[in-house]
Design a protein around this ligand. Structure first.
Ligand code: SAH
Ligand code: SF4
Length: 384
């Protein structure tokens, strides 16, 4: 019925939306410049390098700021392309200095990104790789939300750019940085979106730009075994494994993907991860769930499982969310667990809960997209 037809005239102009150059890889940037006719193929590499520095080292969002680019070319670029950031729908700062942003990149695509100070060398940015998740780990809030879609490399990079804007870290500092590490521990399973994650890491690690080295970038997986070797080859990033249990029966419940890739297979894949050494250890994440996985016997079993693997353990106090079927272990229990690991030869820092007042902790990220999508669906549903 005409009365409920959406007016999309302003949303779909005759010309396609301009390509945003700030989310492209170097190769894509070169190709875009050539395709626009603004740069001849034999100059594309040089021109892309020049723009790259402005975009990823200086963080500019306006072609006019590129002072060493000829004026004509700057206006040509502005006609064909954009460098605009996505909309930041919400920004929260915790008492402890953690920050959380809700970034909208498209209708119904809202991405949560969290900055946590004093993690890694100076501070870590926890980025999302998907909106929602196909896996249903029972302790994870994201797991209660169906997958909306994979994020593009540009949407992953936008999270770093928005954080850098807000932390006022342009141009890329050489030494003192607030944002020193990037962890793929936000929403989603990065190994189910490996191409885009790898392209984003190429951009983040590029020494002429954001320049966060691959040793300070960690990809966390719930254990997608067949993708682990490829993740190593494509990203050369540090690996984190969400283990959470020391026997298959319990892990099948907590991380249902374990039914497909049980612990023994997972450990084999980790052993084969390229570049592991005492200086480049794999991190085992272990969420502490009261009365579920926190006994001294399980701590001892964990030590056994990791034998022969250059590893460290991250004990994560469970972050409760409304309706969660678990509780966090008592502090004394966590400390006892940690001391058994220490005696077994593994440093096992307990991750201090951060940003609790703004629900910024891992596993609490669940975007509003679901709601938004539902309302979009309702609006688009043909009137019966
Ligand atoms: N999908 C990937 C990465 C995102 S989850 C993975 O599962 O590894 C990032 C980390 O947060 C994982 O170790 C995950 O198990 C943990 N996590 C999820 N929900 C949590 C919660 N409620 N409390 C504490 N840690 C949680
Ligand atoms: Fe997905 Fe990771 Fe949450 Fe499991 S813990 S549901 S894999 S985001």
């Amino acid at each position: 019925m005409a009365s409920v037809t959406l007016d999309l005239s302003s949303a779909s102009p005759a010309r396609p939306a301009p390509v945003n150059l700030s989310g492209l890889t170097r190769t894509e940037l070169q190709a875009a410049l050539v395709a626009s006719g603004l740069t001849p193929p034999d100059k594309a590499r040089m021109r892309a390098s020049q723009l790259w520095r402005w975009i990823h080292h200086f963080g500019v969002t306006d072609f006019a700021a590129m002072t060493d680019v000829a004026k004509d070319l700057r206006s040509g670029l502005a006609e064909h392309f954009t460098l605009a950031r996505p909309e930041v729908v919400e920004r929260q700062i915790s008492k402890d200095g953690s920050r959380k942003w809700l970034i909208r990149t498209a209708p119904g695509i809202e991405i949560e990104t969290v900055y946590i100070p004093d993690v890694g060398r100076a501070g870590a940015l926890c980025v999302s790789s998907q909106v929602g998740c196909t896996l249903n780990c029972t302790f994870c809030h994201t797991g209660t939300q169906p997958l909306v879609r994979n994020l593009t490399a540009a949407e992953i990079i936008a999270q770093v750019q928005v954080a850098r804007d807000d932390l006022e870290e342009w141009p890329s500092p050489r030494e003192e940085r607030r944002l020193s590490n990037v962890v793929f521990m936000g929403m989603g399973e990065p190994l189910y979106n490996l191409e885009n994650v790898a392209a984003a890491i190429d951009i983040i690690a590029d020494g002429e730009g954001i320049a966060i080295s691959r040793r300070r970038i960690t990809v966390s997986t719930s254990g997608v075994v067949p993708e682990i070797p490829r993740a190593g080859a494509l990203t050369q990033a540090m690996l984190a494994i969400s283990l959470h249990a020391t026997n298959d029966e319990l892990r099948n419940t907590l991380v249902p993907l374990n039914k497909r890739y049980p612990i023994a297979e997972l450990l084999d894949a980790i052993r084969a991860y390229p570049g592991l050494s005492n200086a480049r250890r794999v991190t085992f994440e272990y969420v502490m769930l009261k009365g579920i996985n926190d006994s001294p016997e399980e701590a001892r079993r964990l030590v056994q499982l990791m034998k022969g693997i250059p590893a460290k353990i991250n004990l994560i106090p469970f972050n409760p969310w409304p309706g969660a079927p678990y509780e966090c272990s008592d502090w004394a229990t966590i400390e006892r667990f940690a001391s058994i690991l220490n005696r077994g030869g593994y440093a096992s820092p307990i991750r201090t809960p951060r940003g609790r007042d703004i629900l910024a902790a891992c596993g609490q990220l669940k975007s509003e997209s679901e709601k938004v999508r539902a309302s979009v669906r309702r609006a688009q549903a043909p009137a019966a």
